[in-house]
Design a protein around this ligand. Structure first.
Ligand code: AMP
Ligand code: MG
Length: 316
């Protein structure tokens, strides 16, 4: 069952559900987002499951204000100028992540940068204020389908897969946010969107670097995303009996000797929530390579295996 929520009581219910680790589709001025508590790894994993997303690409973190965003990312220089000029609004900034912010690594796909946005829609703002923390939210549509600009679109596509839809009327902008990366030297356009590039350039007083567009839905090659996390050690997949001295990442019951287990219970949502944190931890252990137990190729297993396969691919 997916609840249809509206008004004051709907907002309170949406907050309650988010706190309980449920998925709630929320209105914003760009498109409807599928929101989860950023600190709850299993809730964030649920986003990928509900969308049927075959890849763990990093998600946009939605916040109530610039002050709230300051707690999560380092917003300086050009990023700060853009935030002050265009937030709240359809602009997402990719900035260095504050490790102490407590985000599930699944939100950033294990990266040390984070995508932040302060939405302008008053209902989205009210929700974020009442929730009291950031939510991760990609567009609230099944993977590969068009983004939803009404609550009815969301309900049509995701009923039964998410806890609720908060109805805030039709999305005014109707296309996704413009994404600018400000973690390197010069700001770079990662995705054109609802905020015109000309407006950004006027605010910066300089042209934007537009050389590296990111295809976030279908990267044709590993690494086409502007950056992605991979462990430093070689990774070997589908290992059931790791060699002496290897680091072993297990999945499911029956691996008492493993260095870590993505999910003792064999639960893919728990495994997804643990994936990046465990890879980071194992990468820091002494040992030549990381061996990973087989992960079933179904549901969230597709995204887990996609990331592991890329980590195991020969490095150029
Ligand atoms: P979506 O949430 O589906 O609107 O897509 C989010 C977009 O932001 C994707 O294109 C991601 O690749 C991009 N993105 C989010 N976080 C980061 C990050 N830390 N570094 C680079 N790109 C990011
Ligand atoms: Mg989308």
């Amino acid at each position: 069952m997916t609840e249809r929520l509206e008004g004051e009581t709907g907002l309170a219910r949406a907050v309650e559900l988010l706190r309980a680790g449920e998925l709630v589709a929320i209105p914003t001025e760009t498109v409807y987002g599928l929101a989860a508590d950023v600190t709850n790894g299993e809730a964030v994993a649920g986003i990928f499951e509900a969308k049927g997303r075959p890849r763990f690409n990093p998600l946009i973190c939605h916040l109530a204000s610039l002050e709230a965003a300051d707690q999560v990312g380092v917003i300086e220089g050009a990023a700060r100028r853009l935030a002050q000029a265009f937030w709240p609004g359809p602009l997402t900034l990719v900035v260095p992540l504050r490790a102490e912010a407590g985000l599930s690594p699944l939100v950033t796909a294990g990266l040390d940068s984070v995508a932040l946005r302060v939405p302008a829609l008053p209902l989205a703002h009210a929700l974020l204020e009442a929730f009291g923390g950031p939510v991760a939210a990609p567009s609230a549509n099944p993977s590969g389908k068009i983004s939803p600009s009404t609550a009815a679109h969301v309900a049509q596509a995701l009923t039964g897969r998410i806890a609720a839809v908060l109805d805030g009327g039709p999305a005014e902008v109707g296309v996704e946010s413009t994404i600018v990366e400000c973690s390197g030297d010069a700001p770079r356009l990662l995705r054109p969107g609802g905020l015109p590039v000309e407006a950004l350039e006027a605010a910066l007083g300089a042209p934007l670097n537009r050389t590296a567009p990111v295809n976030d839905t279908e990267p044709s090659a590993p690494g086409q995303l502007s950056s992605h996390y991979a462990p430093g050690k070689p990774v070997r997949l589908n290992v059931t009996e790791p060699p002496e001295g290897a680091i072993f990442l297990a999945f499911g019951p029956g691996y008492p000797q493993a260095d870590a287990n993505l999910s003792q219970a064999g639960d893919l949502r728990e495994a997804a929530a643990n994936l990046f944190a465990m890879l980071h931890r194992l990468d820091a252990l002494p040992g030549e390579e990381i061996c990973v137990a087989p992960i079933p190729q179904q549901g969230l297993g597709l995204a887990i295996n996609d990331r592991l396969t890329r980590a195991a691919a020969p490095r150029g």
